[in-house]
Design a protein around this ligand. Structure first.
Ligand code: ADP
Length: 286
């Protein structure tokens, strides 16, 4: 392998330590500890694991764990009432509705009730709009985690060719906008892109978030490019991404592994967003 491996686990740990320091500074300045309200509806085992990790790292960073759990058969009105209660509670700095919610519920209607300033997942229409307009707001965790990884790896974005594979609301679209904000020349590929490999080969920075195992192979990578793999798939022999890592590592200049790349950054950025939200709410934003 020739590519340098970008260590997301180490960068995420650093971000969490910085957040923990920020929490102590907020307390020392007379503020109150940020509170994160994770909301889990039902008992999907994967969601339970994700929420447990978020709560654990929230406590480790010195924040208040204000977790709430609703039964899987809860009605829309009752779920909406819980979001409204958390929205009005000054101890709650951030609200995270764990997705997916049970099928009988309207997740978009629930997300829409989260005030923009408590939307630490950055998924509401209000925050998506602020990002699209280049105005300050809470950014989605996964793409902002990718930006931190790129900065830590010393990747220069100004004028660089960046290609994003995927146009989801969660990752692809905000990813493209964040890269654009940093003056990259951004191309977005999606399921109808005619020659994916050809477009990807233009990239100095290639971010892959299509949800398809092994979609990007060595033929799609320019020698020396930085390749960021957002995909995560559970296979028979462990976790894999959207990139054929072994083959691409022979061509790329640097690459994120799966696991241990983008994954750990997402929760770290959630904590960073929660701290930022608390500071703004307490009149101590930058
Ligand atoms: P995530 O939440 O990880 O961003 P989603 O599964 O929600 O992923 O979205 C998948 C995205 O990948 C979509 O935006 C879709 O356009 C894109 N996509 C799907 N197939 C391909 C493909 N063959 N080539 C490029 N992009 C694709």
């Amino acid at each position: 392998m020739t590519a340098q491996v970008i260590d997301g686990t180490a960068v995420a740990r650093q971000v969490r330590e910085d957040v923990a320091k920020g929490v102590q500074e907020l307390l020392a300045a007379g503020g109150t500890a940020p509170g994160l309200a994770t909301v889990l509806i039902g008992d999907d085992p994967a969601s339970e694991v994700y929420v447990r990790n978020k709560r654990k790292l929230c406590v480790a960073a010195g924040m208040q764990d204000l977790h709430r759990h609703l039964p899987g058969d809860v009605g829309q009105e009752e779920a909406a009432a819980l979001i409204d209660e958390l929205a009005a509670d000054p101890a709650v700095s951030g609200i995270l509705l764990q997705l997916p919610v049970p099928k009988h519920l309207d997740s978009e209607a629930l997300l829409a009730r989260i005030p923009a300033e408590k939307d630490v997942d950055g998924l509401t229409a209000a925050n998506a709009g602020l990002l699209a307009q280049g105005r300050p707001g809470l950014r989605p965790c996964t793409p902002s985690g990718v930006m931190v990884l790129l900065d830590e790896a010393g990747v220069s974005l100004q004028g660089a060719e960046a290609v994003v594979v995927g146009r989801s609301v969660l990752v692809g679209k905000p990813m493209a906008q964040l890269l654009l904000e940093r003056n990259a020349t951004v191309t977005i590929c999606h399921s109808r892109t005619r020659d994916l490999a050809e477009v990807c080969r233009r990239a100095d920075v290639l971010v892959v978030a299509a949800g398809i195992p092994g979609l990007v192979g060595a033929d799609a990578v320019k020698p020396g490019a930085t390749v960021i793999d957002v995909g995560i798939h559970r296979g028979e022999n462990g976790l894999h991404g959207d990139v054929d890592t072994a083959a691409v590592a022979e061509v790329a200049g640097s690459i994120t592994p799966v696991p241990g790349g983008v994954g750990p950054m997402t929760i770290a950025m959630l904590l960073a967003n929660t701290l930022e939200a608390a500071k703004v709410q307490q009149g101590r934003g930058d």
